[in-house]
Design a protein around this ligand. Sequence first.
Ligand code: NCD
Length: 318
Amino acid sequence: MERIHEMINPFYNKDFITVQNLKPSDIDLLFKEASKMKKTVLKKGGIDVLKGKVITCLFYEPSSRTFGSFVSASQKLGTGTIQLLGMQASSTAKGETLEDTINTFGCFSDAIVIRHPEEGSAKRAASVSYIPIVNAGDGIGEHPTQALLDAYTISNHFKDFSKITFCAVGDMKNGRAVHSTAKLLTTLGVKKFIFVSPISLKMPQEIVQYIKKGGRKVMETENLNEVIESIDILYIFRMQKERFDDQNEYEKLKHKYIVSREIMKKAKKKMILMHPLPRVGEITIEVDSDPRSVYLREQMTSGLYIRMALLKLILKKD
Ligand code: NCD
């Protein structure tokens, strides 16, 4: 029986800043809505459910996928969009504060999607905003909609999250996407996490503690080879160049982990290979055609459906 519309919509008129407050039932509702969006998009391209609304995409940091998919998601729901990518053309370049900018776009739109280089910026924006704020990445903090699309992609391959071994490889210290994804997978019941990184770029201890608190196992290592055969999800991402104080250090580490055909040969037949993108050499091109690779299409289209679902739930009660 279809019950989505009988449930209370916990996203309605709320900010979406972190994955930490999400309950499994909230995630389930969102995934169901995303699957409906997928059907709609494949059948008729879009649906005018948010006609008359306007969504502002306020991106203070570079973005292709997150920006593009939020704009596309908004338009496929029938909204208008105000698009600011790079703030040099806005009053920010004149010295306007984040708070004043948020208030400004609050007068013209119904929700603001924000990406900003400072950790905590989305929360700061939400504290002054009259309209819902969606976090599209706050410095090294969180990237909650990336986590949702990652988990949604995983749910299409694995039915029982408790049996998954999730392995992330890269710059655990600065990777906001993996920060959110690891927390969300903890909520969804994943029991075993492996974080592969150079010692200097280990996962922040508070996130390791967050995962361990629920009785989950966390293994940290520098060596992908020693774990590759045992994992169900390989989630690799780039060293976060813009977050390094020492660019020589970045140059030394940027190609430390590369997933090649040889690595894929050692992995399980049913493993999936994920990447939030952009890739800067972490996966060789020949791996793109491996059936286990989901980063070039499935993960990104999941992003569109998830963002459509989230915006709809935030802006429409039932
Ligand atoms: C990620 C980000 O911006 O945090 N990109 C994205 O949104 N898909 C990952 C990254 O930039 O490495």
